[in-house]
Ligand binder design. Structure first.
Ligand code: HEC
Length: 480
């Protein structure tokens, strides 16, 4: 796998930033590379960029139409031009994996340019609509997971290991809250979201979503994403009530894909649970994993939920077929509920969440397995909702927020999306339910896990230092 300098750089970046937290994809490698070298390299070159068949990396912009066109060409060949059909030799899944692979390699080739554009000059990051500076205001060893504002200059910040802080964003000082519930720190599970109730000033409720261990089964601990609410009094967590706990027989021991973010909307509380690494369960309505749920903020299940009256189904389910949604936000102008979904290798998604809808995982996906083996040949099927946007290679997409306030008027109403493996902050301009423009604002300055827009419109991101040892809160401020 030492073909491009660019891919070496990129791989090194991924290896440096890998940890037990996230499944990492060795982009460009795995079984699919062997498949390519065996069947295609003779005409398109070892590096996909030369030979009798020509370079496969010259496309200017990659769209779904290209996925389809390439699938077709590989399946049926281009007999007039001298490429044979592979439809009899390769399975549909293998052909799909090859298309994803070509797309990955294409993006690696594009990356240099993106990096050059996003690099700051004299400390100033330049972008299409705003130039800005990034300043670190607070640091803490380990992983910071979520940031949410409770007051204009006070933000709740969670530490993955189970600590909650109130950060004063003006002074850069943080107070740790004592007496939090016990968190089961395992793999990708820990303390995730902390979110104030929309009426927090009146009722004082703060919601926590975390991985909770529940009981021993066959000698091993199991657990599931759990939600509690409580109040903070004089630096202590008090008045705790359980808001959501999945049925005990659905708890699992895996350390993968817990979700989650919390969104309040229309008087309800929405949250996600990832598939927990058990793909097929995302389609099973008697399982809480692989779903987005809707409950009342006190934990009751709304009677008008889509599956509330189905005997076998869990009444709290709002949508299903999700892999691992780690970003969710309500768009204040449209009322749309947006969720990002961490894909496998390729196939990260941005979805608009609708009542009762099936988002397809794992029956359809734009990605393949981390080791380069295919998951499915299908990217879409009737009755399954297509993502609004999908990203291949994966950004390892995570938290997001909508820009409001006055600090960045040119970005108002846009979605800002974070990426872990891609180490990105990305701006998505929306028109209704469509993304009409994507721009990388920050690139390769540490893994970015969450973003919050403060009431005054200033932006705060959670990122990691290189080497992934220290979590930081950083502020984006308009330059000049
Ligand atoms: C015997 C030589 C040969 C082999 C083997 C071969 N190709 Fe091709 N391929 C070609 C030729 C020739 C073209 C047409 C180039 C042109 O447009 O002039 C082509 C075109 C393509 C295109 C369309 C490119 C574009 O930009 O429109 C794709 C995609 C492609 N090949 C993929 C593959 C894959 C994947 C494999 C392996 C499974 C493969 N090819 C194996 C010769 C080959």
């Amino acid at each position: 796998m030492n073909r491009y300098p660019a891919s070496i750089l990129f791989l090194t970046g991924i290896l440096l930033s890998s940890g037990p937290l996230h499944a990492q994809y060795a982009i460009g490698g795995g079984e699919v590379e062997g498949l390519y070298q065996r069947h295609c390299a003779v005409c398109h070159g070892e590096n996909l960029d030369n030979g009798l068949g020509g370079s496969l990396l010259t496309t200017e912009r990659w769209t779904n139409a290209i996925d389809e066109e390439y699938t077709d060409i590989i399946r049926h060949g281009l007999p007039d031009l001298g490429m044979q059909a592979f439809g009899d030799i390769l399975s549909e899944e293998e052909i799909r994996a090859l298309v994803i692979y070509i797309r990955e390699e294409w993006l690696l080739a594009q990356k240099k340019e993106t990096r050059r554009k996003a690099a700051p000059r004299g400390g100033v990051f330049r972008s299409e609509k705003h130039d800005f500076r990034v300043e670190t205001i607070w640091e803490r060893g380990g992983v910071l997971w979520s940031i949410e504002f409770m007051e204009p200059e006070k933000a709740l910040v969670t530490h993955f290991d189970g600590q909650l802080f109130i950060l004063d964003t003006a002074s850069g000082e943080a107070e740790e809250i004592a007496g939090l519930p016990e968190v089961w720190r395992r793999g990708q599970g820990g303390l995730m979201e902390a979110k104030p109730h929309p009426d927090y000033r009146r009722n004082g409720w703060i919601y926590l979503a975390y991985n909770a261990a529940s009981r021993e089964r066959g000698g091993s601990t199991v657990g599931m994403t759990k939600i509690v609410r409580g109040r903070i009094e004089e630096g202590r967590w008090t008045d705790q009530e359980t808001v959501y706990e999945a049925p005990a027989n659905t708890h699992l021991g895996t350390g993968r894909h817990f979700g989650t973010r919390i969104v309040f909307h229309d008087g309800f509380l929405f949250f996600a649970i990832g598939d927990r690494g058990r793909k097929a369960m995302a389609q099973e309505l008697d399982r809480p994993n692989g779903k987005i749920h809707r409950i009342w903020p006190d934990g009751r299940v709304p009677k008008d939920n889509p599956f509330a009256n189905e005997e076998e189904a869990l009444g709290s389910i709002w949508s299903y077929g999700h892999r691992n949604p780690q970003g969710m936000v309500l768009h204040p102008a449209t009322g749309g509920l947006w969720a990002t979904e961490h894909g496998p290798r390729g196939g990260d998604e941005l979805n608009l969440i609708r009542r009762g809808a099936n988002y397809g995982w794992p029956e359809v996906t734009y990605g393949m397995n981390y080791n380069g083996t295919p998951i499915t040949a299908h990217t879409r099927k009737p009755g399954m909702v297509d993502p609004v946007v999908h990203w291949t290679p994966s950004l390892a997409v995570c938290g997001m927020d909508v820009v409001t306030g006055d600090a960045f008027p040119g970005w108002r109403g846009d979605l800002l999306v974070t990426g872990l493996a891609a180490q990105e902050l990305r701006r998505l301009a929306l028109e209704d339910a469509k993304v009409v423009r994507e721009e990388v604002l920050i690139k390769e300055r540490g893994r970015v896990r969450d973003i919050a827009c403060a009431p005054d419109g200033t932006l705060y991101i959670l990122s990691m230092t290189t080497g992934n040892k220290v979590g930081r809160v950083q502020r984006l401020r308009p330059a000049g």
